[in-house]
Write a protein that binds this ligand. Structure first.
Ligand code: DGI
Ligand code: FE
Ligand code: FE
Ligand code: FE
Length: 187
C-alpha cells in the first residue's frame, strides 16, 4: 500500500485533530529516519498507523488483549495504554503488516520499553515533538532530536514520567523500565 492509501484508511477512524497530529508525526518520523539512517518507508507507515486504535471501544480492545494473548496487565489501564498494542494488532490483522520492527514501533509508542530499536525511538520521539505539539520544553526536545536520538529519547521519557507524576497518574511498568533503561543518556 502507498502513503495515500494508508492515510485514506486512517482518516475516518479519528477526529480531524488526531489526523493532523498523525501527519505531523509522519513528517517528523521521515525526517528523523533520513537523519539517522533508518528505513524511511517503515518510519512513514509506522507513523501513519501509530494512533489507529486511539478511538476504538475500550471493551473491544480489552477483548483483543484476551483473545490475542497480549500483555494481560493492560486490562484496566484504559485506552491510552491499550491503543499502542491494539494498534499493532490492527496493523497486522487489517493491513497485513508482518514486519516485527514496524509492529513494535506502533506497539510501544506510548510507553517505550527496554532495548528499543532505532525505529521505535524515532516513532516515540516524533510522536512527542511533531510540529502541532505545544508544551513547555518541546523546543528543547526538538533541538535534541536533531542532535542525538538516544539523548532525545531519554529526555522525552523523562518528560512523560514527570508529567504523569505531576498530574498524579499511575505509571505503567514498561514506562518505568524504559525510563531506567534510557536515563543518564542526556547531556
Ligand atoms: O496517543 P498520543 O496522545 O499521540 O500519545 P501517546 O500514545 O504517547 O500517549 C498517550 C497518553 O498516554 C499521554 O497522555 C501520556 C499517557 N501515558 C504514557 N505513558 C503512560 C501514560 N499514562 C499512564 N497512566 N501511565 C503511563 O505509563
Ligand atoms: Fe498514541
Ligand atoms: Fe508518545
Ligand atoms: Fe500520537
Amino acid at each position: 500500500m502507498e502513503r495515500e492509501q494508508y492515510l485514506a484508511a486512517i482518516k475516518p477512524r479519528m477526529p480531524e485533530k488526531r489526523y493532523i497530529h498523525t501527519i505531523g508525526v509522519m513528517e517528523t518520523a521521515i525526517d528523523l529516519a533520513q537523519k539517522y539512517g533508518e528505513d524511511v518507508k517503515k518510519a512513514e507507515i509506522a507513523a501513519i498507523l501509530h494512533d489507529i486504535a486511539k478511538y476504538e471501544d475500550i471493551e473491544w480492545m480489552e477483548n483483543i488483549v484476551r483473545d490475542e494473548n497480549l500483555d494481560p496487565q493492560l486490562i484496566g489501564w484504559g485506552s491510552e495504554l491499550l491503543h499502542g498494542p491494539v494498534g499493532a494488532y490492527i496493523a497486522q490483522s487489517e493491513f497485513g503488516i508482518t514486519d516485527d520492527e514496524l509492529l513494535n514501533a506502533i506497539r510501544f509508542h506510548t510507553t517505550g520499553r527496554v532495548g528499543m530499536s532505532r525505529l521505535e525511538k524515532i516513532i516515540f520521539v516524533a510522536d512527542m515533538i511533531e510540529p502541532n505539539r505545544q508544551f513547555d520544553g518541546v523546543e528543547r526536545l526538538r533541538k535534541k532530536a536533531q542532535k542525538n536520538l538516544d539523548k532525545a529519547m531519554s529526555a522525552c521519557v523523562r518528560h512523560t514520567l514527570a508529567f504523569l507524576i505531576d498530574t498524579k497518574q499511575p505509571i505503567y511498568p514498561l514506562s518505568i523500565e524504559c525510563y531506567n533503561d534510557t536515563m543518564n543518556r542526556e547531556d
